[in-house]
Design a protein around this ligand. Sequence first.
Ligand code: GUN
Length: 299
Amino acid sequence: MADIIDGKAVAADVTAKVKDATAALKAETGVTPGLAVIIVGEDPASQVYVASKGRTAKECGFHSVQHTLKAETSQAELLTLIAQLNADTAIHGILVQLPLPKHIDEGAVIQAVAADKDVDGFHFINVGKLGTGETDTAFVPCTPSGSMLLIERVRGRDLSGLNAVVIGRSNIVGKPMANLLLAANATVTIAHSRTKDLPGVVRGADIVVAAVGRPEMVKGDWIKPGATVIDVGINRIAAPEKGEGKTRIVGDVDYAAASRVAGAITPVPGGVGPMTIAMLMAATLASAYRSAGRQAPRF
Ligand code: GUN
């Protein structure tokens, strides 16, 4: 049976280190990391995420602010708020929770956030820095950076000689994930819905990252014995065995089958999910360290 990669425990470890490093930065420079989260509209899932981000920020000792805007807020109003936060020296990280209401151009909003406060890592400057290997100063999207930390815990920081397959080519997960693996010297394949013989491609992988959003799509017999399997998927499916109308959360990997073959695997829930907020805290801390002219701690 595979080792279960405990994302909750690793996330708690990262958050504890962020808290200590925050106290040290405050004591040495007087700077308190500041995180501003903007939410537009009443999407219930977004409200839960945003509340959790604010709670964790406070636990870390950050200055944490939340701007809750009505669904009818105009793009111009949102851009005005972003400009204010860009200029606010008490704020080191700005996150605009997605999705935004339909009348707002997400791309324009993402590019309006100052690149040096873009803790989501979505700005073209940060995408470009990651793509060119400027990983010391790039902000990297939280889901791939959290996944990478879990891979490091299993395989170490140097992935030379290992084949990694990323399934999914999104800008938020697949592409940055591939760049992180490449920066760690892995031999990287990005597979997607048009890939021929996906099972065959995955069978060659020492590291598999599944980020497709399709419940249990990756089968146990696709997994190379001993492989490290990172499941980014969070899919809600019907669970009639729990009672009528009940649901449960599964990943993109058939966990029961894959865990009999893999060397290490993330569960869903409790794997990659808890890492994302921890990495957001780490990114905000890094931004505050840089603003104080200091080298940000590594995790
Ligand atoms: N909505 C779901 N995931 C994310 C994320 O990583 N960042 C932002 N800004 N919004 C999200």
